[in-house]
Design a protein around this ligand. Sequence first.
Ligand code: FES
Ligand code: MG
Length: 594
Amino acid sequence: MTTQQPQALEPQRRFRSQDWFDNPDHIDMTALYLERFMNYGITAEELRSGRPIIGIAQSGSDISPCNRIHLELAKRVRDGIRDAGGIPMEFPLHPIFENCRRPTAALDRNLAYLGLVEILHGYPIDAVVLTTGCDKTTPAQLMAAATVDIPAIVLSGGPMLDGWFEGELAGSGTAIWHGRRKLAAGEIDNDKFLQIAAASAPSAGHCNTMGTASTMNAMAEALGMSLTGCSAIPAPYRERGQMAYETGRRIVEMAHLDLRPSTILTRDAFLDAIVVNAAIGGSSNAQPHLMAMARHAGVELEPSDWMTYGHEVPLLLNMQPAGKYLGERFHRAGGVPAVMWELLQAGKLRADRPTVTGRAMAANLEGQASTDRDMIAPFAAPLKENAGFVVLSGNLFDFAIMKTSVIGPAFRARYLSRPGMENVFECRAVVFDGSGDYHARINDPALEIDESCMLVMRGAGPVGWPGSAEVVNMQPPDALVKRGVFTLPTLGDGRQSGTSDSPSILNASPESAAGGGLAWLRTGDTIRVDLNTGRCDVLLADEVLARRKQEPAPPVPASQTPWQELYRATVGQLETGACMEMALPYRGVGHDMP
Ligand code: FES
Ligand code: MG
């Protein structure tokens, strides 16, 4: 039987898979390694031909509906790999489904990471296609690819088509948050609420808003880890299948060139990603995920870099939740390359850096200007100034972020525009221990919650929840919503959904379960936030704080599974990416293990 010969690609090299399949010093092991692949039709000649074995990390399954399109796309990835002279081998990634996984999908990021590291390290795989989509499927796989450091390329599954309900756009997640308010105000009933949710999910694909999924796929593209224009193509569009094919072809070339994540994932790449995140109104979850990817790539990214490099970047993309439109229009307007083109012209990018295309990012962006200026605003006339995260610290935590791109006019008028106190506000804290406590008590009149209050959620960090939960976008009590107060300031040691438009103070680190100051906060305390100086403090005398620190912290619930216990024992804080700290020294170790 003859097999297709590889294209003549320079420089030729010996692949690590040949240590398994073509090792004359260990012919007994080689025989063992070879024989079982033949039972589904691969020939020994193929496996011993010196062609690269290309893994396809399959993230789609019936319990990963956001990524399920990859079950189809993988066929076109295989076609591309074969046509370019590689041998595809598809294998499953541990599923991560944001909306459904209890107690939180954040637990699965590090578990999928761990599993993928073992697969890439321990099997005869020379290069890998990372199939991304739902929120954490992107960082989990890039963290693993950075750890093992074999050639890797991202193929996004793409967002769903735009959702519509009663003549208006209904965006993933955002429609749920808005529907929740209408339900609380008595404007809609349960049935209508469910109809809105269904309307927001009209096809295969991941969230069609600029939630965490679209953000993290955009981040992968901004980092240089996917082909140009990959991230925004809606899942059902024909270009998505074509992109799958081209991605399959390109990863074979990358295998021959030994073009690895360590070449692409530089500090410049991460700083550009921070800039792009601000310009697209990206998810607050980009903060821990980019930090985790950087640390696994061995890049020194400072928590303060979000402020230094991101905060002053304007909002250019008019996409929910920070703007009006959804993913289809984003793709038609030029997608991530069109946003990056604007930023490049404005001198905001460090785009003379390598990417998976083999060209510099700046070269990838040539001719990518958008023609839809309602969707992608020119840098000189942005939708909002200073759209990046504000980094905060104070006597309650060392680090937290506030997503300023979603601050609306009502919130700005009420809290941030008072004469003599621009960007400064003081609130009475109302403290909840986890979302169960919040739901049980939010409508309790005894709490006397009004516009002067800040809703605080603790026990929602990586150790406390465990995993860290998206629960800090807390809705005001129904009575306030009925009066038209849709947003109160919120603060917490957990995260919030990327599809939320709540201007919350998030990711507070250290969390209360790890000795952070939120543990000592009490309902009735006054919190002062100063966005000009980046301070957030409880206004208490030092001796009162010192006395409270002697008192027991809120209890942390027991682990429910073995992984939860392992996770808690190894995880760091959101400030530094909630990585498994013990995993960090393994970068690049064992890359050439036979
Ligand atoms: Fe999976 Fe949003 S819930 S992409
Ligand atoms: Mg989410």
